[in-house]
Design a binder for this molecule. Structure first.
Ligand code: ADP
Ligand code: MG
Length: 260
């Protein structure tokens, strides 16, 4: 139930290596070319600890490609990526994806069907069995699905599976969470509720988020900051209210025109 979802929990601890003044995630002048075309064209972004930035733009503008480079599953042609002020990737140096402390959630990032809900959430965890169990219980309780801990994913609804996927992504306490159109597979009636619940949990965990969407409404609802993307470039950045009220150009106006 959503009441469980809004229960207060303590903030995630700040690790000793974090530089207090550094952005949690910083991307500098990222370029990715496919067949000579600059699909990601000089993209720079920075996200403060605990903030949500929405990378918003039409289909094909380069959002997923940007996210894949930050995740470390694709390599940029130019530019740097830093987490807490530490370089994790440039064109010669590269921390592997599993050591970046970056969580991932994609629309079709399915749960493992042969593992119970509890084992799904425990999947990326290290530490003792006892510690793993505590974290799994904490998160499943938090999303109101603790009673499903020994069930299998196919016994859950789409919305419930989505909440388990969120719990799984958050379990290892990633410094940054990357979400690529995570709600687009969901029923319209469910979507707003799950957006709000997801946002509340991300804020409690203190995770910094880069959320990709092509829906202005979703960005308006979830973002601390919107980065508006078009043809591989960030054309405008700012608070949702400011961007909505003062779009940079006519194309941005047109793009926002279906939000109310
Ligand atoms: P978005 O997520 O904003 O819809 P993408 O990042 O998926 O956009 O794609 C941006 C552009 O890059 C598209 O024109 C797409 O066809 C192209 N593209 C993406 N991946 C590849 C690839 N592996 N090879 C060639 N072109 C690609
Ligand atoms: Mg995409």
């Amino acid at each position: 139930k959503s009441d469980d979802f809004h229960r207060d929990t303590q903030e995630a601890p700040v690790t000793a290596t974090a530089t207090p003044t550094a952005p949690r995630l910083e991307v500098r002048n990222l370029v990715r070319r496919f067949d000579g075309k600059r699909v990601v064209d000089d993209v720079s972004l920075s996200i403060a600890p605990g903030h949500v930035t929405c990378l918003l733009g039409p289909s094909g503008c380069g959002k997923s490609t940007t996210l894949r480079m930050i995740a470390g599953v694709d390599l940029q042609d130019e530019g740097q990526i830093l987490v807490d002020g530490n370089l994790i990737c440039d064109t010669v140096f590269r921390v592997p994806p599993e050591r970046r402390s970056i969580g991932l959630m994609f629309q079709d990032f399915a749960l493992f069907p042969h593992l119970t809900v509890g084992r799904n959430v425990a999947f990326g965890l290290s530490g003792s069995k006892h510690e793993q169990r505590e974290r799994v219980v904490e998160l499943l309780d938090r999303v109101g699905l603790l009673h499903f801990i020994d069930e299998y994913p196919h016994q859950l609804s789409g919305g419930e599976q989505q909440r388990v996927a969120l719990a799984r992504a958050l379990a290892p306490k990633p410094r940054v969470m990357l979400m690529d159109e995570p709600f687009s597979g969901l029923d319209n009636r469910l979507r707003d509720g799950i957006r709000d619940e997801t946002l509340a949990l991300l804020k409690e965990e203190g995770t910094s988020v880069l959320l990709v969407t092509h829906e202005p409404e979703e960005a308006m609802r979830m973002a601390d900051e919107i980065a508006l993307m078009r043809d591989g470039r960030i054309v405008q950045r700012g608070a949702p209210y400011n961007i909505y009220n003062a779009p940079a150009d006519r194309e941005a106006v047109a793009f926002f025109s279906d939000v109310n």
